[in-house]
Design a protein around this ligand. Structure first.
Ligand code: MN
Length: 489
């Protein structure tokens, strides 16, 4: 692992502009002082950890608030710094993210008792859903902790690796952060399945090497062909992550035979625009015949549910060997690797003047915050249903809690049976005096309508205020609503 220096952070963060970098330096100096004298179990100075985490955040091109929060993310817990001090020096936003990360970190999912686990998981999702930047800092934190896991006791290694595989890697996947997911899985894999990991490393190395040579030849042929088409492309090979190879080998149709895995390595062609993706596809098929039936998948025309876009084609490559080729724009590549973080970064670029048309031509999708947050809530539900989270834990918390959304994507945690009136009172008790009607997921519903997780609730307001109707007492379930109605607010 390369050593992260203060300088390398400033260099990586230079896209934010000089004044911001100066401010980041201020956060660095504060964190260094706060952690002075502390060491990590690896023996290095503590400050190296927040430095590594913030470098990662800068590599994802997030805003300055996130970079500063990353530098400060362990100061509340480990060094007696107070939240108000962070507010005073770095502002509300930074402080909120730091305490969000601190809260999530305090939640130990693996090894906690059933009840605690339920409560904790719920808290964790709520904190993360309020500001996705908390999730990004947390994922960067987890990545670095996994890279330095060797320093921990055997027991902690197993616990952290399990938690990574069961919670953080799926979380990254949900957010479309493919590269992060792959990295986390591989890091956890070597601790949880030590023997299998070593065997796979050995048995696959020859295979990686052979296909590597083939790909080199194919790369030159394709580049030459693309030149005829006037397409400027960059081509590199990507290798499958070990954990995902291991999982694939266990599939029935593969039956452990590495020869049957066609995408163990693949060529990736990156081009500037969507149009050139299709030109490149034509060029590739001009040289290498696509494999019948399993040939082309167009995830640009039809993106995967998590937003992944790319064209995949399997062709008979060098020596008739089936080879996967992936074609996408640079933007799509960025998105495939960094998912929600890339979208977050676009939002920042947009506000600093990169126009829509450019982003569109390059195949960028600026998605709504709500989609990601809803996806988190959904993920929770799936975990509950499949019970895959922890075999021993019966997670029923989501049977009695609901996550519902305001039209802006703010998330509210309401008990089962809650109605639009309960929702309105949770937003603000005064809103109770303006309720005229309610829409759920865009449709008008009665005020006694029972909300369920994932619903988007919009309160239709009267122009003037009036006392809340006592009839509502027949169906509201929260104490807040009950009290507001009885008091007439
Ligand atoms: Mn940390």
């Amino acid at each position: 692992m390369q050593k992260v220096t203060e300088k390398s952070l400033y260099k990586e963060a230079s896209y934010l502009g000089k004044p911001q970098v100066a401010d980041i330096r201020r956060a660095y100096l504060f964190a260094r002082k706060a952690h002075a004298g502390q060491r990590r179990l690896t023996g290095e100075e503590y400050i190296n950890h927040p430095l590594a985490v913030s470098l990662r955040i800068a590599q994802w091109r997030l805003d300055a608030v996130s970079v500063k929060a990353a530098l400060l993310h362990d100061t509340l817990e480990d060094s007696g710094t107070s939240s108000s001090e962070i507010i005073k020096l770095f502002g509300q936003d930074v402080a909120r993210i730091v305490s969000g990360v601190t809260n999530v970190t305090a939640v130990r999912l693996v090894g906690s008792t059933d009840d605690l686990f339920e409560e904790n998981l719920r808290k964790m999702i709520l904190v993360m859903a309020r500001d996705l930047r908390v999730v990004f800092v947390k994922l960067a934190d987890r990545l670095h902790n996994m890279q330095t896991l060797y320093a921990l006791s055997r027991k902690r290694q197993t616990e952290n690796a399990r938690e990574t595989l069961e919670i953080y890697a799926p979380l990254a996947e949900r957010l479309g952060m493919g590269e992060v997911k792959g990295e986390l899985e591989d890091l956890a894999f070597q601790y949880l399945y030590e023997g299998e990991y070593r065997d796979l490393l050995k048995s696959s190395s020859k295979y990686y090497k052979n296909t590597g040579e083939n790909l080199g030849n194919m790369r030159s042929s394709i580049l030459a062909e693309l030149e005829k088409y006037g397409v400027e492309a960059s081509i590199h090979s990507r290798r499958k992550h070990y954990y995902s190879l291991w999982r694939k080998l266990q599939r029935k149709e593969i039956a452990g035979d590495i020869e049957r895995v066609h995408d163990i390595t693949a060529l990736r062609i990156l081009v500037p625009s969507v149009r050139e993706c299709y030109l490149a596809l034509g060029a590739v098929h001009g040289i290498y015949r696509p494999v019948p039936k399993i040939g082309v998948s167009d995830f640009i025309a039809q993106p995967k549910p998590n937003g992944y876009r790319s064209i995949h084609t399997k062709v008979f490559g060098e020596g008739g060997k089936i080879t996967e080729i992936q074609i996408r724009t640079y933007r799509m590549h960025e998105e495939a690797e960094h998912g929600a973080a890339a979208h977050w970064a676009y939002a920042r670029q947009k506000s600093s003047g990169v126009n829509d048309e450019v982003l569109d031509k390059e195949g960028a999708v600026v998605s709504h915050k709500m989609e990601w947050v809803r996806s988190l809530v959904h993920w929770q539900e799936e975990l509950r249903e499949t019970g895959e989270l922890l075999e021993s834990v019966k997670v029923d918390m989501f049977n009695h809690r609901n996550f519902v959304f305001s039209p802006k994507g703010d998330v509210y945690d309401l008990p089962r049976g809650a109605t639009p009136v309960d929702f309105a009172c949770a937003v603000h008790t005064r809103l109770c005096r303006y309720i005229k009607g309610a829409k759920v997921n865009g449709k008008l519903v009665p005020l006694s309508f029972e909300l369920t997780s994932g619903d988007v609730v919009e309160i239709i307001k009267n122009r003037t205020e009036r006392p809340p109707s006592r009839d509502w007492l027949n169906f509201v379930v929260t104490a807040t609503a009950r009290k507001a109605i009885k008091k007439g607010v």
